[in-house]
Design a protein around this ligand. Structure first.
Ligand code: FES
Ligand code: FES
Length: 200
């Protein structure tokens, strides 16, 4: 790296990975860092950095502490509380959102890693007053009880359908296994996904 570069912006892959791992914040499902993205992230803990994201079709720039998870940015800074913080460690799927069309656990990835990304949360899934077909199917088939897991289940289900992992109920169960429902609504969740996939 050029010596003239500001020391606070200097970065190596080792430092980045070390810092992120220490924070427990690398998402297994998140895209690998590109060199460009790597160079844009300041890894000095506690540094505030602006990140620009398109969230539910609206482009916004938010200054955040570089240790902020994508989930905390959505919930605490943008006030989109549909994505839930269940475990905050990648075990429950309640925080699932779509990141550039892929489902990710937003609790496990840092907001500043996703400069320029497109994000869809449950708040952006409907088309105005018209629910997404999977949202309607969850209602039709009682795919929820308390509702805490539901936004994550629906976003994950949308991706599951897009990925084509709906060949059988067993396949749906397998590819939805990262989303836990403490109320045990699994049978109806699978039915909702099965019906929606079949209606495409
Ligand atoms: Fe993210 Fe549980 S809150 S996986
Ligand atoms: Fe209650 Fe799934 S509906 S946790």
């Amino acid at each position: 790296m050029d010596d003239s570069t500001d020391a606070s912006t200097k970065l190596t892959r080792r430092r980045f990975v070390g810092t992120s791992a220490a924070l427990g914040s690398i998402a297994a499902a998140a895209p690998l860092l590109t060199e460009q993205a790597e160079a844009a992230v300041n890894t000095e803990p506690g540094t505030e950095q602006a990140v620009t994201l398109t969230i539910n079709g609206r482009r916004q720039t938010v200054p955040v502490d570089n240790r902020t998870s994508l989930l905390d940015l959505l919930r605490e800074r943008i006030h989109l509380t549909g994505a839930k913080k269940g475990c905050n460690q990648g075990a429950c799927g309640a925080c699932t959102i779509l990141l550039d069309g892929r489902r990710v656990n937003s609790c496990l990835t840092l907001a500043v890693m996703h400069e320029g990304a497109e994000i869809t949360t449950i708040e952006g899934l409907a088309d105005g007053d018209r629910l997404h077909p999977l949202q309607q199917a969850f209602i039709d088939h009682d795919g929820f009880q308390c509702g805490y897991c539901t936004s994550g289940q629906i976003l994950s289900g949308v991706a599951c359908i897009e990925e084509g992992h709906t060949g059988s109920r067993a396949e749906i169960r397998e590819w939805m296994s990262g989303n836990i429902c403490r109320c045990g609504a699994y049978t109806n969740i699978v039915t909702a996904i099965e019906q929606t996939a079949g209606g495409r």
